[in-house]
Design a protein around this ligand. Sequence first.
Ligand code: ADP
Ligand code: MG
Length: 247
Amino acid sequence: MNIVSGEQIAKTFQVGKEQHPVLLDVSVAINEGEFISIMGPSGCGKSTLLYALSGMDSIDQGQVIFDGMDLTTLSDKELADLRRTKMGFVFQQPTFLKSLNILDNILLPAMRDERKNVRALTERALQIMNKMGIADLAKRDITQVSGGQLQRAGICRALISNPQVIFGDEPTGALNSTSAQEIMDLLTSINREGTTVMLVTHDPKIAARTERILFMSDGAIVNELRLPRFTGADLDDRMVKVVSTMQ
Ligand code: ADP
Ligand code: MG
């Protein structure tokens, strides 16, 4: 079953008097449980497509269906609720409040939902932090952890509502190669537990860890590569396939 799909999505940005078409009739369907990435050169529309599919940004034409709902028909509040409860977002660098410790930053978005029980939520956050290898950092200041640890915290925050889909916009983009691969290990394990994961990346070594890669160019999906599950030993072979499909 499709968890999210886009039908002939078109989007144009207007800058001054000029029109910049950024998505040109993009259609894409993502199955529940997929581990998928979008690759392509800078400026080709990867982030714009991710934002369209996650309802973060509006589209000019077409449709986005998430879990059976047409996002273009939802009110702002319905869309915000859907995003908060069913989607998780991970960006290049998490935006955390400097005045709160790691745990409180992770809890912050979920706390907005008054029906949530604070103790149960804190317990859940600590469990997730434990899985992500940062349980001992709960009380730390956000300035006292590494970039990789901060991104683990960002993933914890995205997971707190138990989302159906995690959307990542260059989630490893600010990290060194080792930390980036560690973050991919975590995203892989999250995916194997059933969560759909969709990433944007320009790095073949990151895309090679996923199981379907959409290649974008100038606002369109121009190619696609499917790979079997990553075993841990086949990264180089996978990268060769990604790079040769890119060209
Ligand atoms: P990518 O993620 O592939 O690097 P983006 O989706 O961010 O590309 O951007 C695609 C194009 O749209 C770029 O040319 C970018 O400059 C333009 N763009 C993105 N966001 C805006 C915006 N808010 N206003 C105007 N142009 C934008
Ligand atoms: Mg981008």
